[in-house]
Design a binder for this molecule. Sequence first.
Ligand code: SOE
Length: 385
Amino acid sequence: MQPSKPALGVGMIGYSFMGRVHSHAWRSAGRFFDLPMDVEMNVLAGRDTVKVAEAARTLGWRASEADWRRVLDDPGVQLVDICTPGSSHAEIAIAALEAGKHVLCEKPLANSVDEAREMAAAARRAVQRGVLAAVGFNYRRLPATTLARRLVEQGRIGEVRHVRAQYLQDFVADPDFPLVWRLRKDQAGSGALGDIGAHIVDLTQFITGERLTKVSGTTETFVRSRPLPDGSGHGEVTVDDAALFQARLSGGGLASFEATRFATGRKNALRIEINGSAGSLAFDLERLNELEFYDATEDATTAGFRRVLVTEPDHPYLEAWWPPGHGLGYEHTFTHEITDLVRCLAAEEQPRPSFDDGLRVQRVLDAVERSAHDDGRWTAIADDE
Ligand code: SOE
């Protein structure tokens, strides 16, 4: 008989888009990967008693709760998964860590550097008590992006000279799209910058292993007034619709970033190209099972970008999935995120990205905003304390 595994009771807060994908991941991780703990989806919390009970039933949670604080008192919960808008991340995460619960928090970590700094400090205190915290930058968990990181680490593209990163969406391009929480600074912190720009900043730092050291940027809000969701009139858009910035990297390279919700026709197009002294890599989320690789050391008569189909069992995470050529999707990034997290918890190791990694991204977002308010002045990114 197999020895029984320790249980990991999970309490999740929030059940819209992110809550739904996280639920799928909590349910599937242990069915495809050999996890060292048994995940129990114990309680789902949300403000509306009826809706959260219905969501718990549909998404596979054992119980529901209308007050997130009660999740923190629940002895059956060892980990709190935060899938709420950014305005409540700091309060919930700090309270959960103080209550001795591990935390997984959706990105971006917070709505401001001050909040992120407090969260990172709480995580550093918690780790002394064996309590761990991670932030959910899910695109690190794709086989293709993890392979890209490994190739950079192995020196296959040499020294990083350029990063060209874009995250393009168009879901608010229609001026009649309502003033949802993602368009309100008090709830979301920022717009395209924090929502999707944060992903390409994290991915750049993850793949290259370098940091952004200074930025120069500009932001724009194209549609400044939108219909309120309840139909009672119009309200002001208080976040950016688009952000463009350039950066210097700690290894001496240059990087450019574009995050927009106004790229009509582009639904969820995250693209990143890295040019190194010995070759290049290119990734496009709309073709997420592929990685382009150019090896500049090859004979010039036959060298060229080759499309690597990242579906082999020896590719990252692929040991658990389908035969070669049978690709993965968006949801698998979260399944891999949960798998890596549970393995770290069982090994009592700090999961990555940590709250310190989240704070580093928050500092970049903040520097871009300050630069944009000062006509694009180059703005240094403070080192972490
Ligand atoms: C909406 O813009 C959104 O869902 C982001 O919040 C996610 O982080 C991104 O993965 C997809 O787009």
